[in-house]
Design a protein around this ligand. Structure first.
Ligand SMILES: [Zn+2]
Ligand SMILES: [Zn+2]
Ligand SMILES: [Zn+2]
Length: 129
């Protein structure tokens, strides 16, 4: 690995770590500030890129805020659902309250107890269309 690749990996690991420590969804700017406060010299553009990479590899979930800003969170083992872009792999966490109800009802109708489910929706995201 050459030096620039090594540096990229190191910076991505730092972003991944900071994201794992963050509570809830955070923006690239917030994460950048946190990393800076801990003495990192990482640039905002690098944070953006690392977050996009993490979202594409499924390590992070993205969420679009009301004002159009992308927020990120480390993908957790808590039960949740994803909307995944087939082309670039961008992963967005989705609200699926209706799915929870529907899954429980279907299981109950058939006399099944303790139902669990795994549901991810695949499609093509706005920037890949
Ligand atoms: Zn997730
Ligand atoms: Zn896409
Ligand atoms: Zn669910």
């Amino acid at each position: 690995m050459d030096e620039s690749k090594r540096r990229n990996t190191r910076q991505k690991d730092a972003v991944r770590h900071a994201l794992g420590e963050a509570i809830g969804f955070v923006s690239a700017q917030q994460l950048h500030l946190v990393l800076r406060n801990f003495g990192s010299t990482i640039g905002l553009a690098t944070v953006y890129r690392a977050l996009a990479d993490l979202a594409a590899s499924g390590d992070a979930d993205a969420l679009q805020s009301k004002d159009g800003e992308l927020l990120y969170r480390a993908c957790t083992t808590d039960h949740h659902h994803h909307l995944i872009c087939r082309a670039c792999g961008k992963t967005i966490e989705i609200e699926a309250e209706r799915v929870e109800k529907w899954a429980d009802e279907v299981a109950k109708e058939h006399g099944f107890t303790q139902p669990t489910h795994t549901i991810d929706i695949f499609g093509t995201c706005l920037s890949c269309q």
